[in-house]
Design a protein around this ligand. Sequence first.
Ligand SMILES: NC(=O)C1=CN([C@@H]2O[C@H](COP(=O)(O)OP(=O)(O)OC[C@H]3O[C@@H](n4cnc5c(N)ncnc54)[C@H](OP(=O)(O)O)[C@@H]3O)[C@@H](O)[C@H]2O)C=CC1
Ligand SMILES: O=C(O)C1=N[C@H](C(=O)O)C[C@H](O)C1
Length: 232
Amino acid sequence: MKIALLGYGKMGKTIERLAVERGHEIVLKVDNDIDNADLSRADVAIDFSVPDAAFKNITACFEKQVPVVSGTTGWLKRYDEAVEICKKQEAAFIYASNYSLGVNLFFELNRNLAKLMQRFSEYNVAIEEIHHTQKLDAPSGTAITLAEQIIENSDKTGWQLDSIRENEIPVTAKRIENVPGTHTISYNSEVDTIKIEHVAHSRDGFALGAIIAAEWLQHKKGVFSMKDVLGL
Ligand SMILES: NC(=O)C1=CN([C@@H]2O[C@H](COP(=O)(O)OP(=O)(O)OC[C@H]3O[C@@H](n4cnc5c(N)ncnc54)[C@H](OP(=O)(O)O)[C@@H]3O)[C@@H](O)[C@H]2O)C=CC1
Ligand SMILES: O=C(O)C1=N[C@H](C(=O)O)C[C@H](O)C1
């Protein structure tokens, strides 16, 4: 598979290493404006760039009929617009706030735990995420997905960063050097705490998941998620 990397930072470089190991070829690396990039040799594009660039990168791929896998977080106010354009142009698109197999299993645990805990009002739910100090967005895209899953399966009406409001999920974002990504869901009562946690040991899980998503998307049209890729 010939891959265009949109964003050649920490994730772009990790994807390059693992993609080459799997026999793929990197035919394009874009680290700034996509306007002058030649996408014509790419079978698929993988976007791990910056929040301000993701929408333009993704829709440029739709226009050139290059299937695109995006993992960039912090741009999702325009997700619905991107989906509309993808459908109109009969292009192919996957977005996930987290591509690792472990986090996608963790998402399933979180959803089921939220359903179970719904009946037990003595427990208060909270989300904490920890990432490296270069991260541009807070809370993480993964923390937002986790919060949305709990909201869908409980009487919570929203989430709040660094504050506590009635009926909303408190989310805490910590920044510590070199942490690839840790997410913790806690249910706290007067007498005990129940916790589930995902700890990434490196970026390899995110990168491998994105490459597997790209392999899966290569000859498809439409808008998909990691649930489709992993058959969850
Ligand atoms: N979904 C998932 O599984 C995961 C998602 N992420 C997300 O992926 C994104 C990238 O993360 P990470 O690699 O750690 O970040 P980095 O900052 O290391 O890399 C981002 C790269 O994008 C480049 N860039 C800037 N402008 C553009 C542009 N217009 N087009 C293309 N590239 C551009 C930056 O260049 P320069 O430095 O010169 O500005 C930089 O090299 C983040 O949003 C992060 O949250 C990260 C890990 C997993
Ligand atoms: O920026 C990161 O590093 C990560 N970003 C994603 C997010 O915002 O959830 C995924 C992962 O946690 C690493």
